[in-house]
Write a protein that binds this ligand. Structure first.
Ligand code: BG6
Length: 478
């Protein structure tokens, strides 16, 4: 086990959010159970509802029992965790109220003592982030307020802004209160074992990297498909849409991991330098290139979802053909496809290699039947498969595709930890490699803004629920 982080208090803004219930409290509880949290930790939930500490503890317990009954058997362990939970009622826009938070953080906690180290977690809608951060500063809780008495860090959830301009504005506000080394822009994909393994796969093996370029690779296809719709997040989705919800962050981060250059070393800055450079090299779209490169879709029935406008033109699907204008990837298409209510729930990256110069064995048509592929399955299976051709048994010499497969489940005894376990610990420890740096945020928004501008008012195409999106997607793969 790694060294435990410093004693600290995690302050969760949006303590009643879905994210807090589904991810943050369960992860923190498990980290506590496994002994990964510091000896003296506290968790302070902050929300509008007027609750006492005790009522808040009961609420957290109730939600966790409802969502994860299997992890809640050990009553004594939960009681220990629960005693570390506190609550502050706050209207996020009420500057005066932050003094109560300040008081709770500096005087509360009884025997757990004063809170010198504070990790703020903004599990709130993006528009609230500037208000909260400014108010933290007014209340003397900002990082730049403390000198030598402990640290203050902030984790900000995606989407980080809603376009390039708002992302920059948000960054200016946060940057006035926290130094860049204390800002953790979270994209939970970067906490996934299989995503972190992309770099390990590429850069710790001699056999793949020499082939990882335009000379040998025909195309790369990245898919983030979900079999379910927007669930009860209509209001959020109407603001975000798939481009902001998935493409700007998860999809482009996968693309950056699979296409970046080897970093100078394995430090957070070197790795993030390469990712930013890669994102900067993505070819921008123009109104002329849109029709051959982008298909946006909306699933049938989306407009009848709760909190969705009847005439909504928000996209729930996107297929985009990217090109990366650098020496390694010039003219290799990167097909990125993501959507809600598709035929399956799967995230994968398929690297398809060019065919050998001659096809001796048949089948006679193209080589695509047996084309070599590396298939990085991010989820739900955690596998890497290599596809190659083998002789079909029998008299004739015919090639069939076969697979060699590595599976995390069967190859390692250790259970992986979830992204939120890992990323919360990383932020406590100040490790920034798996958080997005501002330059990458901006390059990604520039790409999404350009797509949005290029598409203009053109409405998304409708696609049937549980299909693979609009049929016209085939057109951009040609
Ligand atoms: C979130 C998006 O960031 O990622 C959701 O807001 C999406 O819309 C989710 O469903 C997917 O995460 P995962 O880890 O289940 O692939």
């Amino acid at each position: 086990m790694q060294q435990k982080p410093d004693n600290c208090t995690v302050v969760i803004f949006g303590a009643h959010s879905d994210l807090a219930a589904r991810k943050l409290f369960p992860s923190l509880y498990e980290l506590a159970l496994w002994g990964h949290l510091p000896d003296e930790y506290r968790i302070v939930g902050v929300g509008r509802a007027a609750l006492t500490h005790e009522e808040f503890r009961l609420k957290v317990h109730e939600k966790m029992v409802g969502l994860f009954p299997e992890t809640m058997h050990d009553k004594a362990a939960f009681a220990l965790f629960s005693a570390r939970l506190f609550y502050v009622t706050l209207d996020f826009a009420d500057t005066g109220g932050y003094h109560i938070l300040h008081k709770e953080l500096t005087e509360g906690g009884g025997e757990l003592g004063r809170d010198r180290n504070l990790l703020f977690y903004l599990a709130t809608p993006p528009a609230l982030a500037p208000v909260i951060v400014r108010n933290l500063q007014f209340a003397g809780l900002g990082e730049k307020e403390v000198f030598g008495v402990g640290w203050r860090k902030i984790i900000v959830e995606k989407p980080y802004g809603s376009d390039l301009q708002t992302a920059r504005e948000l960054n200016t506000v946060i940057g006035e209160v926290f130094h860049e080394e204390r800002i953790f822009r979270i994209d939970h994909y970067l906490g996934k074992e299989t995503v972190q393994n992309i770099m390990v796969f590429r850069f710790s093996n001699g056999i793949f990297e020499p082939l990882w370029n335009r000379q040998h690779i025909a195309n790369v296809a990245i898919t983030i498909a979900e079999e379910f719709g927007i669930r009860d997040r209509g209001a959020f989705y109407e603001e975000a849409g798939l481009l902001r919800d998935i493409l700007q962050n998860h999809a482009l981060q996968l693309l950056a991991s699979v296409a970046m250059e080897p970093p100078v070393d394995f430090s957070a800055e070197s790795v993030r330098d390469e990712k930013a450079k890669l994102l900067r090299s993505i070819r921008q779209f123009t109104p002329e290139s849109v029709s051959q490169s982008i298909v946006l879709g909306q699933y049938e029935g989306y407009r009848s979802e709760k909190n969705v406008a009847h005439g909504s033109t928000v996209e729930t699907f996107a297929a985009v053909k990217f090109f990366i204008d650098n020496w390694r990837w010039k003219d290799v298409p990167f097909f990125v496809k993501a959507g809600k209510n598709l035929a399956d729930t799967v995230t994968e990256i398929v690297i398809t290699f060019k065919c050998p110069p001659q096809n001796y064995f048949g089948p006679a048509e193209s080589c695509s039947y047996t084309a070599n592929q590396v298939i990085l399955r991010i989820q739900p299976e955690e596998t890497i498969a290599i596809k190659f051709g083998a002789k079909r048994p029998g008299e004739a010499v015919i090639t069939d595709p076969v697979y060699m497969k590595f599976d995390y489940k069967t190859s390692f005894a250790e259970a992986g930890i979830t992204p939120y376990h890992r990323l919360v610990l990383d932020a406590m420890a100040g490790e920034q490699m798996n958080f997005i740096r501002q330059d990458s945020v901006e390059y990604s928004w520039a790409i999404v803004d350009a797509i949005r501008n290029a598409v203009g008012d053109h409405p998304p195409e409708t696609y049937p629920v549980h299909s693979w999106g609009p049929e016209s997607v085939q057109g951009i793969y040609g």
